[in-house]
Design a protein around this ligand. Structure first.
Ligand code: LLP
Length: 467
């Protein structure tokens, strides 16, 4: 997913045909269906239609930029995890995208929800997610957050440090509560993803290391605490992962830890959570497994490993975020300027500037993440030219889509739709350059509903309380 150049990825020379994985489309108006919400089509006028509604209509009602989430698609991806991973507990990772409505959809589809902060807990509870179906994560949970979580009766706390164990014991003493806990461990697995989103190698801030003996010590301490009910082990190896091999190694290492714990205490741990991280298709280069294929691969690995350790299968859980909300979301922008920039050797590059950018999607700038896009408001039979879609921020690195073929006649006023924008776009949005955050709307059965309204200049002025 990352394509770096020694002088920085944005300075990389791009051949006229773009990167090796990008093919010149034979029909530039054709949509690659696996990138878009199920049922996305071009209507007879050539407009992209999501959830039964032309995106031109969403833009007319809501303005641009706007994030559009297809409710039926989101729900069906949530259901696919629940149904394919039979007998498992599935927690949707709220950090990927969370509003009250989304928490309600997740609750209605029978999933639990992962939260990481006071803010995420508030939204989840306000959306009607029962507290006992919440898992509380984080490498630096505050005493206030722990008190609040336990006071609400959250189902489980994923313990991340010895300091946190102290805080949980203190909060439990105050509240007369017992915390149900899993211990997050680092398995040493190097997930094949961007360094900033790989989380289980040893030299990083999350979890307790198996290698150093910290994980076993934390398990023993939680087991012996009168304030905690130790349920098991948690492992999350990273994000946007396509292969199951890293999970296989993590399973083996966590089960070996469970075996060591059993040898030390005589207690068999009841639960194993394997975290999230299942990759999605952002461009034609990505081919993720289906949820059913993923479930089958996990089942086979677990059967094999549990047999090897002569261990009963624990209660299993996973925490998909991106794989549920990512493909359900589309970001819609309006083109403002089109500029052809001459490069060396007689080459040129078409820069298409849109009315958003790195404030509503930081992922390309932060991880060199690749996206794709399509002309959304009309069809065109103009020749496709290699283009770069950029935002309106004062940064050279404000690139949304490094390389994509767009029709040569693209012009100000056209709409561009970016698939795969449901995950980690709105949730990581900022107000850089004082841009108000775009709204998030749900489309379902041809109707549009606002989940998060557009921020206004008034909202921003209200925060600016100085003279
Ligand atoms: N569980 C835990 C403990 C996590 O830390 C995460 C993500 C997930 C589950 C969900 O992972 P997912 O299935 O969504 O990949 N901002 C980055 C991703 C960082 C993810 C952090 N933790 C991005 O935009 O790619």
């Amino acid at each position: 997913m990352t394509h770096m150049h020694i002088a920085g990825s944005i300075h990389a020379d791009v051949a006229q045909g773009g990167p090796h994985w990008l093919t010149m489309p034979s029909d530039p108006m054709a949509l690659q269906h696996r990138l878009w919400p199920e049922g996305t089509v071009r209507d007879r006028e050539g407009r992209i239609t999501v959830g039964g509604l032309p995106l031109t209509e969403v833009a007319r009602q809501q303005g641009t930029p706007v994030y559009v989430i297809d409710e039926a698609d989101f729900r069906s991806r949530a259901r696919a995890f629940r149904d394919s991973f039979t007998g498992w507990h599935v927690y949707y990772a709220g950090k990927a995208l969370l509003t009250r409505s989304i928490a309600r959809w997740v609750a209605e589809e029978g999933l639990g929800l992962d939260v990481t902060t006071m803010g995420e807990m508030h939204i989840a509870l306000a959306g009607g997610m029962p507290a006992e179906r919440l898992g509380f994560h984080g490498n630096n949970k505050s005493l206030d957050e722990i008190r609040f979580a336990l006071g609400q009766g959250v189902g489980r706390v994923i313990v991340d440090s010895f300091n946190e164990i102290d805080r949980i014991e203190r909060a439990c003493t105050e509240l007369g509560a017992v915390a149900r806990v899993l211990v997050r461990v680092t398995t040493g697995v190097e997930a094949h993803t961007h360094e900033y989103i790989a989380t289980a190698h040893e030299d990083q801030k999350f979890g307790l290391s198996i290698l150093g003996g910290h994980a076993l010590a934390a398990l023993v301490r939680c087991q012996s605490s009168p304030h905690m009910e130790l349920r098991g082990i948690h492992s999350h190896i990273g994000s946007q992962i396509f292969e199951t091999h890293g999970f296989e190694v993590a399973i083996r290492r966590t089960l070996r830890l469970a075996e060591q714990f059993r040898a030390a205490t005589g207690v068999e741990l009841a639960e194993l959570d394997l975290g999230g991280g299942f990759g999605i298709a952002y461009t034609e280069a990505d081919s993720p497994k289906t949820t059913a294929e993923l479930a089958q691969a996990f089942e086979e690995i677990l059967d094999h490993e549990c047999r090897g350790f002569q261990m009963a299968r624990p209660q299993l859980s996973i925490e998909p975020g991106r794989a549920i909300c990512g493909p359900s979301g589309v970001a819609l922008y309006e083109v403002g300027t089109v500029k052809v920039v001459e490069l060396e050797n007689g080459r040129s590059r078409t820069y298409v500037s849109v009315d958003g950018g790195m404030s509503d999607n930081i992922r390309p700038a932060l991880y060199a993440a690749e996206y794709s896009c399509a002309l959304a408001n009309r069809s065109s039979d103009a020749e496709p030219v290699l283009s770069r879609v950029v935002g309106k921020h004062c940064e050279g690195g404000d690139i949304l889509i490094r390389d994509v073929f767009l029709p040569r006649d693209i012009a100000p006023g056209d709409l561009i739709a970016v698939p795969g924008a449901g995950a980690y776009c709105r949730s990581m949005a900022s107000n850089y350059n004082q841009l108000p955050k775009p709204p998030l709307v749900a489309v379902a059965e041809g109707a549009v509903r606002t989940l998060l309204r557009r921020e206004t200049l008034d909202d921003m002025m209200r925060l600016d309380v100085g003279e």
